[in-house]
Structures are given as C-alpha cells and as structure tokens.
Ligand binder design. Structure first.
Ligand code: HEC
Ligand code: HEC
Ligand code: HEC
Ligand code: HEC
Length: 417
C-alpha cells in the first residue's frame, strides 16, 4: 500500500512478538517504536526512530506506543516491556532535535496523552495520533504543536500539504487557516465593493452613504492585503481529511489479498456446535437443553412468569441481534458477538453465530437484568437497568444516534417513573 514506515501499537502484538518481528523482517519499510523494549537490557526491539531526508530537510520520525497494556499480551510477552512513553520520548526528541529540521511523532497514546506530549515538548512539529477513544477527524493545536487524528477503522485518509519557502533554520510553519480566513474576508470585501460600484453606476446619482462605505472597504482591503503579504515568505501547511467512500475504487491487488485472507481464515472456523435446532424444538425441550449449571437461562425461561415482557421483547431488534450479523464473514463474527449476543466472555466465548447456544443468542433479558439463575428466590436479577448497561454496547462508535430516553421506549419493558 505504499507505506513508508509503521509505528507499532499494542494490537500489533496480538499474535505475539515473534510473529510481528517476522513480518517486520519481510516488510520493505521499517517498523519503529521508541518505548517497546526487551526486558532486562533496555534495548528497543525495533528502531526507535528513522530520519528521512525530504527536499533537503532532515525529518526525524519517532514511534510511541501506550504503556497501558492489556494483561493478555503482557503474559504472552514476558520478554518485552513498554516504557512510560512521555518520559522516554523527552530524551529521544532532545537528541533528534540536534540534527533534525522537523520532528514528527507517530503516537498510539490516545488524545489526552497526545496533548500532554505536545505540552511537554513544544519542539515537536507534528503528532499523528492514533489509539484511544474514537473521535472524528480533527487537527488541533496544543502549545502550537499540531495534533492530527483521524477516525478509526480507515474511514478517512489524512493529508497535510506543506509549502516550504523560507529555509532559514530553525524551520517553522504557520497555520494556513489564518491565511485562508484572510483570503476569504478579502474575497467577500471585493465582491461587496463591486456590488456597490454597480449600484452607484445604475442609479446614476451621488450617494454619500455608498461612497463612504466604498472608501471604508478600500482601506480595509489594503490592510488585508498587507497582512496577506506577510504570509508570502512564510512556510505553511494545510490539512485535509478525505472520506474513503464507496466511490473510491478498490485496488485489485489489495482486494485479492483480502479475499485470500477470507478464504484461508474461513477454513479455520468450523462450528463446534451443530446448526441450532430451536425452531423445531418444543418449549419444554428447549428448557431441558439449558445446562443446569449455567448462570444464564435465556428469555425462554422468563416467559412463564413475565409473558408480556417476553412477547414484547421478541418484537425488538435485541431479540434478533445475532441474526443481524449472520451475513458477516465467519472469521469476522467474533468481534461482533460481545454486543450481538448475551454473556459473551462471561460464560463462554464463541467465534461464530452458529456456535452460540440458543439461550444466549441476541440481546437477552439477562444482558440488561443480570444472570437469571435462582431468580426469583435469589440470584442476580435486578429491576434497575442503568444507562451504563446500555452503554456497554451502545457506544458512540456503534450507536451514534443513541438517546437514552428515546431508546428506552423501544425495548419492550415498562419503565417506572
Ligand atoms: C417462576 C417465575 C419467574 C420466573 C421464571 C422469572 N421471574 Fe422475574 N420475577 C418473578 C417474581 C415473582 C418477581 C417479583 C418478586 C421479586 O421482586 O423478586 C419477579 C421480578 C422480576 C423483576 C423485577 C421487577 C420488579 O417489578 O421489581 C425483573 C427485572 C425480573 N423478574 C426479570 C426476570 C427475568 C429476566 C427472568 C428470566 C431470566 C425472570 N424474571 C424469570 C417471577 C419470575
Ligand atoms: C449486550 C449489548 C446490548 C445492551 C446491554 C443493550 N443493547 Fe440495545 N442493541 C444492541 C444491539 C447489538 C442492537 C442492534 C440489534 C440488531 O438489529 O442487530 C441494539 C438495538 C437497540 C435498539 C433498536 C434501535 C433501532 O434501530 O431501532 C434499541 C431501541 C436499543 N437497543 C435500546 C437499548 C437500551 C435502552 C439499552 C439499555 C437499557 C440497551 N439497548 C442495551 C445491543 C445492546
Ligand atoms: C460495542 C458493541 C457492538 C459491536 C462490537 C458491534 N455492534 Fe453492531 N450494533 C451495536 C448496537 C448497539 C447497534 C444498534 C445501533 C442503533 O440502532 O443505535 C448495532 C447495530 C448493528 C447493525 C444494524 C442492525 C439494524 O437492525 O439496523 C448491524 C448490521 C450491525 N450492528 C452489525 C455488526 C457487525 C457485523 C459487527 C462486527 C463486525 C458489529 N455489529 C459489532 C453494537 C455493536
Ligand atoms: C435492553 C435492556 C432490557 C432487556 C433486553 C429487557 N429488559 Fe426488562 N427492563 C429494562 C428496563 C430499563 C426496565 C425498567 C426498569 C425501571 O423502570 O427502573 C425493565 C423492566 C422490567 C420489568 C419490570 C417492569 C415490567 O415490565 O413489569 C420486568 C419484569 C422485566 N423488565 C423483565 C424482562 C424480561 C423477562 C425480559 C426478556 C424477555 C426483559 N425484561 C428484557 C431493560 C431491559
């Protein structure tokens, strides 16, 4: 895909360091990380940074990853550790500053740590931020340091154009948005002047008010042009976030690689449970198939005593939430099941929809009310369902239009005042 380099993030370590290291050996571009190190000897596993020469400028590019590791990886990777990124980067940036004209940080720290990084290191020229909570595409400036982040999952392509005129060291870039603003005002001003002139010409008589306005516009125009010329010999940058829409054609090479990957990985997923028979089973048989030791007992178990809730629930999208993803390729279903099924990770993990026992399919009563075993005598069932429970699944990413009160009305249960 034409990459120049890659900053290693924690998810890249998901298949283990050996695997990633093998990939880095095959890649035609370097992997970098300034704070992923071998335990014990403090040596970085990949290059901490690279220096690229672009149009006679030396650009130092540093890679940083977050040290908030998920425990799974740490266990797997006993041989590696991640140093605290902010203090580690300070030294690297200082060193690079001595022989680089520009410093770019590829960060996987998330928005708030990126801001901290910018506050502590005004000598950074650009932070390209990834990781952390999802946000919209945005370029913000903290301490004059531009931080550029894009939406996750490749929805946008980010582009920053630099215009270099003044090569006196140290190289500095001003923000083009100020310039854009002045140009826009100038344009409006000129349009207005032309309009007034034509109005005066049309009426054919002297209009003191209009003449006065024209004079004012003229002086304003000179002023704006003066401030615009101040930019002429300055370096500037301009950023654009380009949405990757369906109208963007697929690259046949990449598409083929993706299809191969799908075919190969589909072979790995053979359901361990046969196709589910709940359609053909009587209610009694279904109840009999729910394991006695399971903390979750399924909506079918609630039906006998809460018949209205059950019938209303059946009509909601929650009841069918697993079916919704059945069209998704099997290898990709697992990541959906955290939200599109019940009790995932709590009582079992399954890779495909077919593997989910019927009483855990969809968003069952117990996804909101808690595990039903032992209820009503004892057990975990709660009437109160908090906003936090909805938010486990209705995240900003997956449910952008989520509105608590409006959504509550559509879940099929009576809401007390
Ligand atoms: C054997 C009958 C029976 C079954 C089966 C049953 N419940 Fe209940 N449920 C009750 C009774 C009786 C109450 C009221 C007593 C109490 O508050 O514990 C109740 C109360 C509740 C409440 C609180 C309602 C309130 O007004 O306080 C919720 C929520 C609830 N049940 C959910 C469930 C869910 C979910 C299931 C299935 C997993 C289920 N129940 C299965 C009998 C049952
Ligand atoms: C276990 C995850 C999970 C929880 C917890 C959850 N939801 Fe959902 N919800 C989903 C999924 C997944 C869908 C999409 C279902 C589908 O169509 O596949 C959905 C869909 C909905 C819809 C239908 C939206 C539409 O397009 O009509 C409403 C309404 C809703 N949820 C409300 C709530 C409310 C309110 C709560 C909290 C009280 C909640 N949900 C808790 C996962 C969850
Ligand atoms: C973090 C929880 C979460 C994950 C993970 C998730 N979803 Fe969802 N999904 C939801 C919620 C919540 C909704 C309902 C959104 C709404 O209506 O506001 C939803 C809605 C949908 C819908 C629309 C259903 C409809 O009736 O319009 C589809 C399709 C869908 N998800 C597919 C997927 C697929 C495929 C995956 C895995 C690649 C996935 N989802 C992963 C929570 C999730
Ligand atoms: C999306 C989350 C969600 C799901 C799924 C859900 N409930 Fe509820 N339920 C709620 C909320 C929210 C309330 C209202 C609580 C309150 O008023 O404080 C509620 C209230 C109730 C009540 C007490 C009020 C009433 O309607 O009598 C019962 C009983 C109940 N639910 C049972 C069930 C059963 C049985 C199922 C499955 C068939 C189910 N719920 C599915 C969220 C859910």
């Amino acid at each position: 895909m034409g990459y120049d380099l890659v900053n290693v993030g924690d998810k890249d370590l998901m298949m283990g360091l050996k695997f990633l290291y093998g990939l880095s050996q095959k890649a035609k571009f370097p992997f970098i990380s300034a704070n992923l190190i071998e335990k014990g000897n403090q040596k970085t596993i990949f290059k901490p940074h690279v220096i690229k020469e672009i149009l006679g400028l030396k650009v130092g590019i540093i890679g940083l990853m977050d040290d908030q590791f998920s425990p799974g990886i740490q266990e797997q990777e006993a041989g590696v550790t991640v140093l605290e990124p902010l203090s580690t980067s300070k030294a690297v940036i200082k060193r690079l500053r001595e022989y680089c004209d520009l410093i770019v940080v590829l960060s996987q720290l998330g928005a708030s740590k990126d801001r901290k990084l910018a506050r502590q290191n005004p000598e950074i020229d650009l932070i390209l931020g990834g990781g952390g909570e999802a946000t919209r595409a945005i370029l913000e400036r903290v301490n004059e340091v531009p931080i550029y982040r894009l939406e996750p999952r490749g929805g946008y392509l980010g582009r920053i154009d630099y215009s270099l005129v003044d090569v006196k060291r140290p190289i500095k870039f001003v923000v083009i948005s100020e310039r854009d603003e002045i140009e826009k005002r100038l344009e409006r001003l000129i349009t207005r002047s032309i309009q007034i002139k034509s109005e005066i010409a049309k009426s054919g008589e002297k209009d003191a008010m209009k003449a006065k306005e024209l004079k004012f516009l003229e002086s304003k125009r000179q002023e704006l042009e003066r401030s615009l010329s101040a930019f002429q010999d300055k370096n500037f940058y301009r950023h654009r976030s380009i949405p990757v829409q369906l109208s963007v054609k697929d690259d046949p090479c990449i598409l083929k690689a993706v299809e191969n990957y799908r075919a190969e990985s589909a072979k790995l997923y053979r359901p361990t449970v046969g196709a589910l028979p709940e359609k053909d089973l009587s209610e009694k048989e279904m109840l009999a198939r729910i394991p006695k030791e399971s903390p979750y007992v399924g909506a079918i178990s609630c039906k006998g005593c809460h018949i209205a809730n059950y019938h209303n629930w059946l009509k909601t999208k929650h009841a069918k939430a697993s079916q919704t993803i059945i069209a998704t390729p099997k290898y990709a279903q697992e990541e959906c099941l955290v939200c599109h099924s019940t009790g995932y990770g709590k009582i079992g993990e399954y890779a495909t929809v077919e593997e989910i026992p019927f009483y855990l399919r969809g968003v069952q009563c117990e996804a909101c009310h808690g595990a039903g075993k032992g209820h009503p005598a004892k057990g975990e069932v709660q009437k109160k369902v908090t906003l936090g429970i909805c938010r486990n699944c209705h995240t900003k990413d997956q449910s952008p239009t989520f509105n608590y009160l409006a959504y509550l009305e559509k879940i099929g249960c009576k809401i007390s005042k």
